[in-house]
Design a binder for this molecule. Structure first.
Ligand code: HEC
Ligand SMILES: [Cu+2]
Length: 353
């Protein structure tokens, strides 16, 4: 009786626990947003022609290989079940059959045909993506990979920025694609924004190119896809696709010289008398370094350090004080500024809109 009682209460605990887990799961599912949030790097949601072609090809290859899997697995199961050892087995070797020309020709020719079909489909997609010529109204961008950030130049528009690339929306009827020339300042990097295009490497002394024609506005994320050093994982790609008016507005603002303000004189003095200016440019001032990101319109960016942190005053101050705290191994040194200097420089940078 005693034993039974313990068992029963044990069972009650188990039932209650299971119930709680189930109830929590149901509640979590019910409070899930109506539209499930999709991964911003979802390879199954292309919004640009090159990404679309690659998606179509992947589905085709998956379908063919899935069909092969089903046929082979079905034959395997049939054989295992049908020819298993039975109780009536007399221990003698079953009849040995070999050599059927028809069967052997079939299982040689069919796979060859399948491989040829996959090859042709792939070659067609590669050619259609690679041989597209820049249209006269295409936007031209030069992307330069640095350890561990991205430099973007718009040669035709006279704009230089870092880490956050802005491109116009491309209406399929009046396409305004963006052609990107890929260069590297140091080692190999790779440009990969899955929803917009395939992966293309940035190789020193070997210019590559790629293009995108996004037909949905939004922010598309990616990441350096080639190991390039310690902070490779925090070398993020952010592409802002904007309607034409917004894009033109952004370009206009980027072309303006750096704003000036007397209130932040002290910070500006610290910035301009420290090694900061050897590595950073602020157009219209003595700062013309090119080793690090252009800071002329730093405040127009949502993130700093290639997407490693949000561009808030606190993060900015922390970054200048100790880049290691946000991005260990980054090539920006800690400049050993005093607290007062840090506040002043941060206040100055905050005016670079
Ligand atoms: C030796 C060169 C060097 C010096 C000196 C230097 N920086 Fe940098 N800075 C860099 C590099 C490289 C990066 C990019 C780091 C990364 O994202 O991996 C950077 C990034 C930054 C960023 C973030 C920019 C962005 O858009 O992500 C700010 C802000 C910045 N530096 C401010 C300063 C200030 C202020 C000083 C002087 C106190 C300074 N830097 C001194 C090389 C330097
Ligand atoms: Cu990289």
């Amino acid at each position: 009786m005693q034993m039974r009682g313990t068992k029963d209460s044990n069972r009650a605990v188990v039932v209650r626990t299971c119930g709680f887990v189930l109830w929590s799961a149901v509640r979590a599912a019910a409070t899930e947003p109506a539209v499930p949030t999709m991964s911003p790097t979802n390879i199954f949601a292309p919004v640009s022609t090159p990404a679309n072609s690659i998606f179509g090809l992947s589905i085709f290859v998956l379908a063919v290989t899935a069909a092969i899997f089903v046929v082979v697995f079905a034959l395997l199961v049939y054989t295992v079940v049908n020819f298993r050892k039975r109780a009536t087995d007399d221990g003698r070797e079953p009849p040995q059959i070999y050599g059927s020309n028809q069967v052997e020709i079939a299982w040689t020719v069919i796979p060859v045909l399948i491989v040829v079909a996959l090859f042709m489909a792939t070659a067609r997609v590669i050619a259609s993506v690679q041989n597209a010529l820049p249209k006269p109204n295409a936007i031209e961008v030069v992307a330069i990979g640095h350890q561990f950030w991205w430099e973007y130049r718009y040669p035709g528009l006279n704009v230089v920025t870092a880490n956050e690339l802005h491109v116009p929306l491309s209406d399929p009827d009046h396409p305004t694609p963006t052609f990107i020339r890929l260069l590297s300042a140091d080692t190999d990097h790779s440009f990969w924004v899955p929803r917009l295009a395939g992966k293309t490497d940035l190789i020193p002394n070997h210019p590559n190119s790629m293009w995108i024609d996004p037909h949905e506005a939004g922010l598309y994320l990616g990441q350096c896809a080639q190991y390039c050093g310690t902070q490779h994982a925090k070398m993020l790609l952010r592409i802002y696709v904007e309607p034409h008016d917004d894009f033109d507005h952004w370009i206009r603002l980027q072309r303006q010289p750096a704003s000036t303000s007397d209130v932040v004189d002290e910070g500006r003095r610290v910035f301009e008398t420290t090694a900061c200016i050897n590595c950073h440019a602020v157009v219209g001032t003595v700062a013309n370094g090119r080793f690090g990101p252009d800071l002329t319109h730093l405040m127009s960016r949502e993130t700093i350090a290639a997407g490693a942190a949000l561009n808030t005053p606190r993060n900015l101050r922390l970054w200048i004080q100790k880049p290691e705290a946000i991005k260990p191994g980054s090539l920006m040194p800690a400049m050993e500024l005093t607290d007062r200097e840090l506040d002043a420089v941060t206040a100055y940078l905050e005016t670079l809109r």
